[in-house]
Design a protein around this ligand. Structure first.
Ligand SMILES: [Zn+2]
Length: 205
C-alpha cells in the first residue's frame, strides 16, 4: 500500500493547481449538490493549502442575494466565521500551524455592489412606479438561485513532520454540511476521503 502511494506521488503532478483543475472539470458536470462540499488539500514542505468549495446553502442556509437586514447579517457572520480557520480546520497541535492567509469568494459576498445596484433600482421605481420592473427583478433573482462559497487558506507549520491528520470541526459549526469530498496531496502521495460529522478526521498515513 505504502509503495503504491509513493509511485502515485511520482506519477502525478505535485500541485494543488492540478487538483483545482480536476475539480473544475467535475464542477462543470454539475457538482452543486446541497449538503455536499469539496475540500482540496496540499501539503508542500512547511506549507498547507486548503480550498473549500461549497454550495452557499450548506454554510449560509440560503443562496439568494441578501437584501433583508437578517440575511445581510447572516452573510457577514458567515464571512467572519470562515476567516476563523482554526475553528473549522484543526491540525495536530504538535505541527504548530498558523494561518497565513484566508481568501473568501462568493457572488453573495459582493454586498457593496449589490447595495449600489439596489439603490439605482429604487430610484427607477420612484420615477416610473411600474409593477413590471419589480416583477422582472424577481425573475432575474429566481434564475440565479444557486450560489457557491469558496474559501482558500494557507497555513505555515513549524513541524510539518507532525502533520499526521486533519480534524474538521467545520461540521459542528455548519450542520447543513453533510459530506465533504476531500482530495489531497501529502508527502506520502495523493489521497481521497469522504468525511462526515461522524467521521470528521482524516489521517495522512
Ligand atoms: Zn444551490
Amino acid at each position: 500500500m505504502r509503495r503504491q502511494l509513493l509511485t502515485l506521488s511520482i506519477a502525478l503532478p505535485l500541485s494543488l493547481h492540478a487538483l483545482a483543475h480536476e475539480h473544475d472539470e467535475h464542477a462543470s458536470l454539475g457538482a452543486h449538490e446541497h449538503g455536499v462540499a469539496s475540500l482540496n488539500l496540499a501539503i508542500e514542505g512547511a506549507q498547507v493549502q486548503l480550498e473549500l468549495d461549497s454550495p452557499a446553502m450548506n454554510l449560509l442556509g440560503f443562496e439568494h442575494a441578501a437584501h433583508s437586514p437578517d440575511d445581510i447579517a447572516k452573510v457577514k457572520a458567515v464571512q467572519a466565521q470562515l476567516q476563523q480557520a482554526d475553528q473549522l480546520f484543526r491540525f495536530p497541535a504538535a505541527a504548530d500551524c498558523t494561518l497565513a492567509s484566508a481568501d473568501l469568494d462568493s457572488s453573495l459576498f459582493a454586498t457593496q455592489h449589490d447595495a449600489e445596484h439596489e439603490h439605482e433600482h429604487e430610484h427607477e421605481h420612484e420615477h416610473e412606479d411600474h409593477d413590471h420592473d419589480g416583477a422582472h427583478d424577481h425573475d432575474e433573482e429566481a434564475a440565479h438561485h444557486h450560489a457557491d462559497i469558496e474559501a482558500s487558506y494557507t497555513f505555515n507549520c513549524a513541524q510539518p513532520d507532525q502533520l499526521t491528520h486533519l480534524e474538521l470541526p467545520l461540521f459542528a459549526v455548519y450542520p447543513g454540511l453533510e459530506r465533504i469530498n476531500l482530495q489531497g496531496i501529502t508527502p506520502k502521495g495523493q489521497m481521497g476521503a469522504e468525511l462526515t460529522a461522524e467521521r470528521a478526521t482524516v489521517q495522512f498515513d
